[in-house]
Ligand binder design. Structure first.
Ligand code: ASP
Length: 322
């Protein structure tokens, strides 16, 4: 492949990629292209898995995770379980650029955002609240009837009921099913005209997660990684990517001269070691602009655009049945 610049993203990234492409076409950096693309996705009120109107946790509160990583320097910034800010990707970038740290969580991340002048706001509007009630009533997620009772009880009295509910019901099973049906993190990887790569990820995480649950998206090595040669990121059941360190493994395989398609396929095949239900989609792009999407769920796709294309093109992700 011979492209001047390129950008790719998961299926919900289409709303942001044209902006990223425009930045790259003007000679902007991969980091800017990633951040600006993801901001648009976070601001989209109809995307219920990222940023504004993201899936709330069990208590009805939206807690967002996001991360960004620069390939050349491997500088990285992440935030996790952040409430009341719609653009965690920008806060993550500030963590990377301004602090001596790689990750800030919860209250600390919110205080940092406030101190830098990010606007604190309610990030569920009427649509988001309706969506939450649909989740509670089992309408938008396939929740078994007994779990609907659990959801309501936990919502009202999490501290009182959690122990009893976990003893009485197969809570882990329900969550496995949930994560198979409902996932929607955004991943964006960009290659700029200087040949530099950057990767970014943003999500509200698993619907109805426990308060404080952090997925793979802000964890370097798990849901995101980027070197000067290749960027990689995941969507799906975050716990699986955390346990397998999926993103770093894909990058490492490419460093070991394994072809990028194969490197990502091996990431999916590794799920077999865990022998557990769950879905994973791996998006990877190398410094030649070669991009692959590989998954264990059929029908998934991603978008790709480069200096030779008019705009993002939908590409089927390679399905590997396990
Ligand atoms: N990977 C995300 C998480 O576990 C969720 C998703 O992609 O749907 O938080």
């Amino acid at each position: 492949m011979n492209v001047d610049y390129a950008i790719c993203g998961t299926r919900n990234s289409i709303i942001g990629l044209p902006k990223g492409l425009e930045i790259l076409a003007k000679g902007g950096s991969a980091l800017d292209a990633v951040e600006e693309s993801i901001k648009l996705i976070e601001n989209n009120p109809f995307d219920i898995t990222v940023g504004f109107n993201g899936f709330p946790n069990l208590m009805g509160i939206v807690e967002l995770d996001a991360s960004i990583m620069e390939g050349k320097t491997r500088k990285a910034g992440a935030v996790a379980a952040v409430k009341n800010y719609r653009n965690p990707i920008s806060i993550a970038r500030k963590v990377m650029e301004l602090t001596p740290h790689a990750m800030l969580v919860g209250d600390g991340a919110e205080r940092f955002a406030k101190a830098l002048g990010f606007q604190e706001e309610e990030i569920l509007d009427e649509l988001g609240i309706r969506n939450y009630h649909n989740i509670m009533e089992g309408k938008s997620l396939d929740i078994p009837p007994e779990a609907q009772k659990l959801v309501r009880e936990l919502f009202m009295h999490f501290d009182v009921h959690l122990k009893e509910v976990m003893e009485e019901y197969p809570v882990k099973e329900w969550y496995r099913k949930l994560s198979f049906d409902k996932h929607g993190t955004t991943n964006v990887i960009a290659l700029d005209q200087d040949g530099e790569l950057a990767t970014g990820v943003s999500t509200s995480g698993l619907a109805m997660k426990f308060p404080g649950r952090v997925g793979d998206s802000p964890i370097f090595g798990a849901g995101i990684y980027c070197s000067s040669k290749v960027g990689s990121a995941c969507t799906g059941t975050g716990e699986l990517a955390i346990r397998l360190c999926t993103s770093r493994m894909v990058v490492e395989r490419v460093h070991q001269k394994i072809a990028i398609e194969k490197a990502a396929e091996m990431g999916i095949l590794e799920l077999k070691d865990l022998n557990e239900e769950g879905v994973l989609h791996i998006l990877s792009m190398d410094k030649s602009g070669k991009c692959v999407g590989v998954t264990n769920k059929s029908g998934l796709f991603h978008y790709y655009a480069d200096s030779t294309s008019e705009g993002p093109v939908k590409k089927a992700s390679t399905y590997i049945g396990l």
